[in-house]
Design a protein around this ligand. Structure first.
Ligand code: 6LW
Length: 520
């Protein structure tokens, strides 16, 4: 039988949400400060996924300027109802909280265009949406608990949404605070209409080692909800730190056309049980129903390394890779994997055939604005990224290079700088905001300079012309070391470090190649 290999979406694809229409499955994940935001992937077999759109793909749909790393677009939900596709999500502004909030977009075709965001008058994060038998629309989400005895905990609310008025209406109901008192942080809630009842699936325990999935059900959407006596119905926390996959949770259910059920959820591959440079990835889990309750990974109790898909007709090609099932190699400008920071790639760079022209910007990688940066998720533990930069357009004082990025405060980069004495290679190791810069002399070749970032598990090396210039330890850069919610990105950037910029760099080649060991 043909099987889906876990994770089905490697690299930073947290908080997955899925729905099915006919034979197609649609899936969205969080993207934080990277744009375009909220990829919409589709698949017929849950194995091979293709990016058909991004929900946030036009300038000005939302304002990201100044939003710090791991703020931005959190856990989205995708659903189909009333003849439309709906995505609800939160723009989180960690700095002052004055902007952002929960919003809703719709599209008649998941490939877009998606509507402009409708902001919702609801606090908190992780919104979701459900449709009842009469076609009424119910928004739900999680927020800090209002009751004093639940201080520092969260509560799941539900309220009706009136599409014609584009606002929440009627009474709000608090329906859930977690399965176990002290379980901490009920979040990522999703309500489903199953067999005439309402089923609630929610995450708890925090999106880290203690992450878990709980279930509850009610006759009325407003409750009361009774928890499954098996709660938490799924978690990897009891497996301990020797489990190669930790932090499973934040599940969303989908019923296949053949009547079978699956869940997608996030989890992390952590070789040492703690650190996961690739971030929180999307996994698939089989689900069956027993006594009206969902049973995740029946008979096993943990995420399988492969999930049989009875209706799949084609195995993934050897050597192919997710999410777009294309053979590893050059990432051309038209590739949907490209992202920029707080701006769209086309707002910071110009595609010319196979080449990106990246005008230098004053912002540096340390600023929570839109630097001249283009990058892709690291999706393989063992990977070589070869980036050729044509630096002849750099003005004096300007630099261009490659970066392994977690955040403004945590990244390692190697760059070429034009100085009065010619081109110099420098490296910058920025950990916890502490910067260490080193000079590596003149590049061996110019004006086209090839810079290489190689990852082998936790070990990263930065090279030029066969020479090791810098190294990094993935255990210093992953979210469990730095805080935040992201996996690592590898990209190219250019900066005038605050001075008035005038030059540009051309990214003439950017090749992302999983190392042999990773090939499927
Ligand atoms: C997500 C929430 C979470 O919205 O992490 O801690 C957030 N839990 O469910 C970002 O992925």
């Amino acid at each position: 039988m043909i099987a889906a290999a876990n994770p089905i979406l490697p690299g930073c694809h947290p908080d997955p949400s899925i729905c099915r229409v006919g034979e197609w499955y649609y899936l969205v994940t969080s993207t934080f400060e990277y744009l375009p935001g909220l990829p919409v992937l589709r698949s017929r077999d849950l194995i091979r996924w293709e990016t058909v759109a991004h929900v946030i793909d036009r300038p000005g749909m939302l304002d990201f300027d100044g939003i710090g790393s791991s703020g931005g677009l959190y856990a989205p939900t995708i659903r189909h109802g009333l003849g439309l596709f709906w995505v609800v999500c939160t723009l989180v502004d960690r700095d002052d909280g004055s902007r952002g909030g929960n919003f809703l977009v719709t599209a008649s075709d998941p490939a877009g265009p998606w509507s402009d965001p409708v902001m919702l008058d609801a606090a908190g994060i992780d919104p979701s949406i459900a449709f009842d038998d009469e076609g009424r629309v119910w928004l739900h989400g999680t927020r800090l608990a209002t009751a004093p005895e639940w201080h520092d905990q969260t509560e799941v609310w539900v309220r009706e949404y009136a599409p014609a008025e584009r606002r929440l209406v009627g009474a709000e109901h608090v329906i859930w605070r977690g399965a176990v008192r002290g379980a901490v942080w009920a979040e990522g809630p999703h309500l489903y209409r199953v067999d005439g009842r309402w089923l609630l699936i929610a995450a708890e325990g925090g999106t880290e080692f203690h992450h878990a999935v709980s279930a509850a059900r009610a006759d009325e959407i407003a409750g009361p909800y009774a928890g499954d006596r098996a709660n938490p119905v799924f978690t990897h926390r009891q497996l301990g730190r020797t489990s190669p996959v930790i932090g499973a949770g934040h599940a969303d259910l989908v019923q296949a056309a053949d009547g079978s059920w699956f869940a997608v959820m996030l989890a992390m591959r952590a070789d040492d049980g703690r650190h996961y440079p690739l971030g929180r990835e999307t996994f698939l889990c089989p689900v069956v129903w027993e006594d009206g309750w969902p049973v995740f990974a029946p008979g096993e109790g943990r995420l399988p390394s492969a999930v049989a898909i009875p209706w799949a007709t084609e195995a993934p090609r050897a050597g192919s890779w997710q999410p777009d099932d294309r053979v590893a190699g050059v990432v051309a400008p038209a590739d949907p994997r490209w992202t920029a920071l707080r701006a769209l790639p086309a707002e910071v760079a110009i595609a010319e055939g196979d080449v990106w022209r990246l005008p230098v910007r004053a912002a540096s990688l340390h600023d929570p604005s839109a630097p001249a940066f283009l990058g892709v998720r690291q999706q393989h533990a063992d990977v070589d990224v070869r980036c050729t930069l044509d630096v002849r357009g750099l003005a004096e004082g300007e630099s261009a290079g490659v970066v392994l990025r977690q955040s403004e405060r945590d990244h390692v980069a190697v760059a070429v700088t034009r100085t009065p004495d010619g081109l110099r290679l420098t490296s910058e190791r920025c950990l916890g905001g502490e910067v260490l810069r080193r000079d590596h002399g003149a590049p061996a070749e110019a004006p086209e300079v090839e810079l290489v970032v190689s990852g082998r598990g936790y070990d990263y090396a930065f090279r030029h012309a066969g020479r090791d210039l810098e190294s990094a330890d993935g255990r210093d850069l992953d979210a469990s070391a730095t805080g935040g919610f992201l996996g690592l990105w590898i990209g190219a950037y250019a900066t005038s470090a605050g001075a008035e910029p005038s030059g540009e760099v051309r990214i003439t080649r950017f090749a992302y190649a999983p190392a042999q060991a990773d090939h499927g």
